[in-house]
Design a protein around this ligand. Structure first.
Ligand code: F6R
Length: 242
């Protein structure tokens, strides 16, 4: 894993934006894997700014989001589709049909998972996958114990993850109990992975990732077996690294 150490969240967001833009320049039809949550928000606002300044076009980009809550419609303000529209898709020239987020409101979620895998496969697999890091090491919604061989699937969300995500809802009761997520193997098949970590609250997770063994107990540890992972982390996130 290549680690790029940055001062703070703003620098992380700029670096991540440059990383994505460089890949868009090198690959006209970039297949980009996207994450939601707090960490990539700055990346998305920098990408929107670059688009507005005429420095980037998303016309040929195909995107696949990592995950979506089960039971939330696209228009639901808490859905990840809504998040992506608000933070990125509505502000750039990506084509609607190229911006994929699993449909958590599908009446046949099992089929949705299979179709999502096929779409990724048919697009030639993901060139650059953006990831955030869960406090318990989850990537996407792959919680501890998820087999490394998993493909896109339905998950029961851990209480700790629901608790962490309740900040986006009125109360923890509103946080869905299930989600659809790309599997660990799906993520690992991406050609490049960009892991973004910021803040003191992630420092312990970063230390576990860097110092611990590769184990399903800490899903992100699998990234050590990938050939092309770049981690952009700020000083706070790296503060517990020995
Ligand atoms: C979001 C996702 C999650 C987050 C992780 C970190 O699509 O897949 O794995 O990346 O929970 O979230 P933040 O960035 O909010 O700390």
């Amino acid at each position: 894993m290549r680690i790029i150490k940055v001062k703070d969240y703003d620098e992380l967001s700029r670096e991540a934006c440059n990383f994505v833009l460089n890949n868009m320049t090198q690959n006209e039809k970039l297949v980009l894997g996207l994450a939601t949550g707090s960490t990539p928000e700055g990346l998305y606002s920098n990408l929107v700014e670059s688009f507005k300044q005429g420095k980037a076009s998303f016309k040929n980009v195909i995107s696949f989001n990592l995950d979506e809550y089960v039971g939330l419609k696209a228009e639901d303000p808490q859905s990840y589709r809504h998040y992506m529209n608000e933070k990125l898709f509505s502000h750039v020239d990506i084509l609607d049909e190229n911006a994929h987020v699993p449909n958590g409101a599908s009446i046949n979620i099992e089929q949705e998972c299979k179709d999502y895998e096929k779409l990724i496969e048919d697009s030639g697999k993901i060139d650059v996958q953006i990831l955030g890091l869960g406090l318990n090491g989850h990537i996407g919604f792959n919680e501890p114990g998820t087999p490394f061989s998993s493909r896109t699937h339905i998950v029961d969300l851990n209480e700790s993850t629901r608790e962490a995500n309740s900040r986006f809802f009125h109360s923890i009761e509103e946080v869905p109990t299930k989600a659809v997520t790309m599997g660990i193997e799906t993520i690992m098949e991406s050609k490049k992975i960009l892991l973004l970590v910021s803040g003191k609250n992630k420092a312990e997770a970063v230390a576990k990732l860097m110092n611990g063994d590769v184990s399903t107990k800490f899903p992100a540890s699998v990234l050590k077996q990938h050939k092309n992972v770049t981690v952009i982390a700020d000083e706070d996130a790296l503060s517990e690294l020995k």
